[in-house]
Design a protein around this ligand. Structure first.
Ligand code: F6R
Length: 251
């Protein structure tokens, strides 16, 4: 596991963009497949992507994306839906082909069939080259809440009270407005990606980061599953790294 400790979230975004850009350039495949996250954490990365794309340094025309998750019951036009978030914060500002962007369908009639199809779509393009992750304060990745099977694939999950409270800030702090279910790639889907980068900033993530990196591999801290991944990198700010005990990390 590679752990890079940076001073602030801007540097976190830049260092992560460097990692992904280098991998994109090294690949000789026709398409490059990115797994993407929403939330506050990846925003500095997406700002870097947009800037580099506009500067002609990073081409998204052959990039295919798959988002980790989506709330069940929110249409793509809902400002808090993850499709809306991705369009607003990344896709609309780059030369990516909108047809190549995939976010789970929170309005699917048959959620189970949709989840199976999502896995097939990822497999059909050859799998995810680089998966971008944030981490919940309870150690979740995607919406794989504590207790999620470490081998799970895309499926519907009930959100925990902690996660709904964490996310209430996006719904006028009204917990009743926060959806109760989400479709999420599984821990197993994430493990199948060729490379994974987990970003975290802020002291409120410090315990989850320490549990994930230095604790046991356990379904109670889903991010700990990354200890089993061959090419997993953490890019975290000093405050998010403040509960780590080993002294062997890069900066
Ligand atoms: C969202 C996702 C979640 C978030 C996590 C952290 O697509 O996968 O696991 O990464 O909840 O959220 P923020 O970044 O808002 O702290």
């Amino acid at each position: 596991m590679r752990v890079i400790i940076v001073k602030d979230k801007e540097e976190m975004g830049k260092r992560t963009a460097d990692l992904i850009a280098a991998d994109m350039k090294a690949k000789e495949r026709i398409t490059y497949v990115l797994g993407l996250a929403t939330g506050g954490t990846p925003l500095p990365l997406y700002r870097e992507f947009i800037q580099r794309n506009k500067a002609g340094e990073l081409d998204f025309s052959t990039v295919v994306t798959f988002n980790l998750d989506e709330y069940v019951g929110l249409p793509p036009t809902h400002p808090e839906s993850y499709r809306y978030f991705m369009d607003e914060n990344l896709f609309n500002h780059t030369n990516i082909n909108p047809k190549n962007t995939h976010v789970p369908d929170g309005m699917a009639d048959d959620v189970e069939a949709f989840c199976e199809k999502y896995e097939e779509m990822i497999a059909d393009v050859g799998g995810i080259d680089y998966q971008v992750l944030g981490i919940g304060s309870n150690g979740h990745i995607g919406f794989n809440e504590p207790g999620s099977s470490l081998g799970s694939l895309t499926r519907i999950k009930t959100l925990t009270e902690t996660t709904r409270k964490d996310n209430a800030r996006f719904f006028d702090n009204n917990l009743d407005e926060v959806p109760k279910y989400a479709i999420t790639m599984g821990n197993g889907t994430i493990l199948n990606a060729r490379r994974v980068v987990l970003m975290a900033h802020g002291e409120n993530k410090a315990k989850a980061v320490a549990d994930a990196l230095e604790g046991p591999v356990t379904a109670m801290c889903p991010a700990s599953v990354l200890q089993l991944h061959r090419y997993a990198t953490y890019v975290i700010t000093k405050d998010a790294a403040s509960q780590l005990t080993l002294e062997t990390y890069e900066s």
